[in-house]
Design a protein around this ligand. Structure first.
Ligand SMILES: O=C(O)CCC(=O)N[C@@H](CCC(=O)O)C(=O)O
Ligand SMILES: [Zn+2]
Length: 330
């Protein structure tokens, strides 16, 4: 049954059985794209694990990765040992192969602002409620990995975005696990970003990251062999085992210096569309022209660009401008 859950969900079918048995526990379908796995026996080290994918509908590799995880749980190759919530984000956008339909779902995860009255607004509310209920049900250290792929190539194809929060701290173990899982760089956010991983960190104190796992490709075109170390991390988490870790020296750390916002219709980035993430620009380089905000020029010291995208909504982020940062203290 679980092996079919992804395809049934994406076909828009309602699976007949909403609850069922697994070799080492039970599954409960709380709604479309919301699947909880409850272990028969919870391991001592188990976290409350939230894994989300498809928050952007065109980012398919993480969905395929989760499909493999579910198949291995169902066949008993993996021994479920941690409460786990699997979430598929923007279902209509996944079906259409689009990043989003009306607005970027990954900017809507906040409690203090009205949500838009369309698919993405309603989905954000549903996903937040699912996470709240899951973390309330399971008294385990909360963890949320929101799995994505990026539009462009990257000097570091696999990297983590650490959401900002004044009071949350990241356990040193996370860097060791992520390094062992093939993550190559970490980007610290500099302010609240209202993304899904930020939601879990800010409101639940979870160990939470957006994980960028390569470049976005259509279903079937992903090379999952590059994600085997990440698969090993996810498997350890759902089994409630302590994941493998390596010294995090191999991670490159960056901090956001500023966000480049699109303020007007008359906006353009002054570098080629296919510029890879983390490409560095020298002081004095003009990065963008905006009829309202004026030119954006690199000042003080070189800046690298991450997630450049001129084609965003007005008032949205068109790029993160980042600088290398010291590794966090162990
Ligand atoms: O490749 C791109 O330009 C976008 C990739 C993407 O979807 N990134 C996430 C990052 C979320 C975060 O800042 O934690 C996003 O933009 O939502
Ligand atoms: Zn994404």
């Amino acid at each position: 049954m679980l092996g079919d859950w992804l395809s049934l969900t994406l076909d828009g079918d309602v699976p007949g059985e909403r609850e069922g048995r697994l070799p080492f526990g039970r599954y409960i379908m709380h709604g479309p794209g919301i699947l909880e796995l409850r272990p028969a026996a919870c391991q001592d080290n188990a976290r409350g694990v939230v894994l989300s994918a498809g928050i952007h509908g065109n980012e398919t590799a993480p969905i395929e990765l989760i499909g493999e995880l579910l198949a291995r749980l169902e066949s008993g190759l993996l021994r479920l040992g941690a409460p786990t919530l699997i979430l598929l984000g923007n279902l209509p956008a996944i079906r259409a192969g689009l990043r989003f339909r009306h607005t970027n779902l990954n900017r809507l995860f906040r409690r203090d602002a009205p949500l838009p009255e369309h698919d993405e607004g309603r989905r954000a509310a549903t996903l937040m409620a699912a996470v709240d209920a899951f973390f309330a049900r399971h008294d385990r250290p909360p963890l949320h990995y929101d799995l994505h792929t990026a539009i462009r190539d990257s000097r570091y194809p696999r990297f983590a975005v650490e959401p900002f929060d004044e009071s949350a701290t990241t356990d040193a173990d996370q860097w060791r696990w992520l390094a062992a899982a093939g993550i190559q760089a970490v980007l610290h956010q500099h302010r609240h970003s209202w993304t899904f991983s930020h939601y879990s960190r800010h409101y639940h104190g979870a160990q939470a990251f957006t994980l960028e796992l390569g470049k976005a490709q259509p279903f079937g075109a992903n090379d999952l062999s590059l994600l085997r170390p990440m698969q090993a991390l996810l498997e350890a988490l759902v089994e409630g085992r302590e994941p493998p870790g390596v010294p995090p020296q191999r991670l490159a750390f960056f901090r956001v210096a500023r966000e480049l916002m699109r303020e007007s219709e008359d906006f353009r980035l002054c570098f080629p569309d296919d510029t890879p993430n983390f490409t560095e620009f020298a002081v004095g380089t003009k990065l963008a022209e905006d009829a309202a905000a004026g030119d954006c020029v690199v000042e003080d010291s070189p800046l690298a660009v991450v997630f450049p995208n001129a084609d965003v909504e007005l008032g949205a982020r068109a790029a993160l401008l980042v600088r290398s940062a010291p590794p966090p203290e162990a």
